[in-house]
Design a protein around this ligand. Structure first.
Ligand code: GDP
Ligand code: MN
Length: 380
């Protein structure tokens, strides 16, 4: 789950990572009112779940009170990378002497947690990684180390970011706190870009990006409140409420599968035969016919879907329950697209018997199902 900069800064503050004070506003007049306590110059920052807001005009420094409301109004009217700006963060502008990049993240490549640093901050790190990969610093840490990061481990890394010893010590403090935040809140990423030095030689996080591990959110009910409903795909939320795992994709073949592993194998097989899946959808291990109806409704909301491939391997899931769900769906809604089905496993005879007389295209194997679906809903 992504959270906004102002929310991430709230967590930074709770863990003692230095930030500039600030507050959010949803209207121009609210923004203007905040300046009374924050003072001038002030930075007005779009709160959207994407990076590169600065480049998109979503970060502006304002010197005069009369410019605050118009600037806030302009930024609140922006859409950055398709996301409408609904809130702005106002924070006192600071003088930047130095900007560096610092993050901690789960690195699939090394199957562990690493700090990433770069002495050139502020700019997009992906660019630097491409053009000057030698400038990207890495420090791998075990989970045990992260629980209480030893200073001597962090210091050589921090010294590469800041040659000055005092600044490096401040960076070490920040790394220790980032590690604690990362572990305690089950993050996938904590990123500070830029981490800056102000004119009083203080190291401060000027930006904050934080990704929470969705699979660990149940351990942090207090963080669930940080979810921005406006920024989530409403269909994915509906599906989640129905107990389905659903992720929208680009293709035209709607998928309904039981089990996450089989759902992934199904998508791979579709691609292998020249098709593109329109979604990932795991109806789960149980076989509640209601879930099948919800799955149909979710898939059919996508206007790109030209065919549905149902791939069920019945173990705990009973094929007759799935068949009942399909029949109920066909009764409840108008399904205009062809449906290819492979239905095998527990109670498969009963399931197949129930579906006799329908227009469903049957397949004995996944290969056959994927080939048929790809032929109907294949690439244009
Ligand atoms: P991003 O573009 O979405 O990563 O947003 P940032 O919060 O990183 O802001 C973009 C850039 O605006 C930063 O890299 C800074 O150069 C600049 N900026 C942001 N806040 C301040 C500030 O308080 N003072 C100054 N001088 N520049 C700032
Ligand atoms: Mn940034």
């Amino acid at each position: 789950m992504k959270i906004h900069e102002y929310q991430a800064k709230g967590l930074f503050e709770a863990f003692g990572i230095p930030i500039t004070p600030g507050d959010v506003a949803s209207t121009a007049s609210e923004a203007e009112a905040l300046v009374e306590s924050l003072g001038l110059p002030v930075v007005v920052k779009a709160q959207v779940h994407v990076g590169g807001r600065g480049k998109a005009g979503g970060v502006k420094i304002v010197d005069n009170l009369e410019d605050v409301a118009p600037t806030a109004k302009r930024i609140l009217g922006l859409t950055i990378k398709e996301l409408p700006v609904r809130k702005v963060l106002l924070t006192p502008a600071v003088h930047i002497a130095t900007e560096v990049y610092l993050s901690i993240l789960i690195d699939r490549g090394s199957r562990g947690v690493v700090f990433i640093g770069c002495a050139d901050g502020g700019v997009e790190i992906e660019e630097t990684a491409k053009t000057n990969p030698e400038k990207i610093l890495r420090l791998a840490c075990s989970v045990r180390e992260l629980l209480d990061l030893p200073r001597e481990k962090a210091l050589p890394f921090a010294r590469k970011l800041f040659a000055d010893a005092n600044l490096a010590e401040q960076a070490v403090d920040i790394m220790i706190k980032m590690a604690r935040l990362f572990i305690e809140k089950d993050c996938a990423l904590v990123e500070i870009n830029p981490l800056i030095v102000d004119d009083q030689n203080k190291v401060i996080a000027l930006d904050a990006k934080l990704l929470l591990d969705d699979n660990a959110l149940f351990r942090h009910p207090e963080l669930e409140n940080l979810r921005d409903m406006d920024a989530e795909d409403p269909d994915e939320l509906d599906a989640k409420a129905m107990g389905l795992s659903f992720i929208r994709l680009e293709g035209r073949i709607g998928c309904m599968v039981n089990g996450a592993g089989l759902a992934m194998a199904t998508m791979d097989t579709i691609k292998h035969f020249g098709g593109e899946p329109a979604n990932f959808l795991d109806v789960g291990g149980s076989s509640d016919p209601k879930k099948v109806v919800a799955a149909f409704r979710t898939i059919l909301k996508d206007p790109d879907v030209q065919v549905i491939l149902i791939n069920i391997f019945g173990g705990i899931t009973r094929c007759d329950d799935i068949a009942k769900g399909i029949l109920a769906s066909l009764e409840e809604m108008e399904v205009k697209v062809p449906i290819v089905i492979r239905l095998i496993g527990t109670n498969q005879e009963a399931g197949q018997a129930l579906l006799e007389g329908t227009d469903l295209i049957t397949a004995g194997t996944l290969e056959e199902g994927a080939t048929k679906a790809a032929k109907i809903g294949g690439a244009a």
